[in-house]
Design a protein around this ligand. Structure first.
Ligand SMILES: [Zn+2]
Ligand SMILES: [Zn+2]
Ligand SMILES: [Zn+2]
Length: 252
């Protein structure tokens, strides 16, 4: 099993529309961040975490042959609004199981009503089987452990796959979830920007949380244009780095 980081950017993406800052104009591809998503590649299939507005571009760039399951962290626009493009895969493969908390599943049913109401309309719709989760489940031969975390006023899910945990969109981790983040090889954690934010960890808060979790290695994601890849990496504590699009992470 390994994990391909399809996108490591915040909801705006980097570059951000109409911004002329040095990071948005950077020619270093590591400062070019699509919306946050990962692809978990097991021996028996590809599990996509979140369908971002950049989903089409991410699939064209990395060309996975199949998407065998989708898991949603939460229903904010930057995590679900690429769902319609999943139909290219479901046309070929048939129904794709999609896993979400009951609250996220409800939001998806509202935002994409046509998928569930008029399944044969026009150019086709993604054929998905929306499955509500309330605890660990198995998909593509892999045990997936949902980890509830705080994201402003709402609760969203991180996920653990073996020794790797993916915790995006988060500004607080309850003690019960800290227990589930023990003995990690790799933690992938939200780190939005230098300044505090009401719904995301800022960089100093991410470093503090990563220190408490104490994975062998921590990679920060959901990054905005205020963090320049090379400059920030040079200052981060040992065993912590900014992630970048296209990075591949192994469970070691
Ligand atoms: Zn987000
Ligand atoms: Zn900018
Ligand atoms: Zn969010």
């Amino acid at each position: 099993m390994d994990i391909l980081l399809l996108g490591t950017g915040t909801s705006h993406g980097v570059p951000m529309i109409a911004c002329e800052c040095a990071v948005c104009k950077s020619e270093n591809p590591k400062n070019n961040r699509r919306r946050a998503s990962i692809l978990v590649r097991t021996g028996s299939g590809n599990i996509l975490v979140d369908t971002t507005p950049d989903f089409r571009e991410q699939m064209l760039r990395y060309r996975p042959e199949t998407i065998d399951a989708v898991i949603f962290t939460h229903a904010h626009a930057d995590h679900i609004f690429g769902l319609d493009d999943v139909r290219v895969y479901s046309d070929r493969q048939g129904h794709i199981p999609c896993y979400a908390s009951p609250a996220t599943a409800n939001s998806i049913r509202r935002a994409f009503e046509y998928i569930f109401t008029f399944p044969d309309i026009g150019g086709g719709v993604p054929r998905i089987e929306l499955l509500e989760i309330s605890g660990p489940f198995e998909v593509c031969g892999l045990r997936v452990v949902p980890i509830p975390v705080e994201h402003g006023g709402s609760q969203v899910l991180g996920f653990r796959f073996g020794g790797i945990a993916y915790v995006t969109d988060c500004n607080g981790i309850p003690d019960s979830s800290m227990e589930q983040l023990r003995d990690l090889n790799v933690l992938i954690l939200d780190a939005l920007r230098p300044k505090p934010h009401p719904t995301h960890f800022c960089l100093s808060e991410s470093i503090e949380a990563a220190g408490r979790i104490n994975a062998r290695r921590t990679l920060f994601t959901h990054i905005c244009h205020r963090l320049e890849h090379e400059a920030v990496n040079a200052e981060l504590p040992e065993r912590m780095q900014l992630a970048y699009d296209g990075m591949i992470v192994k469970d070691e």
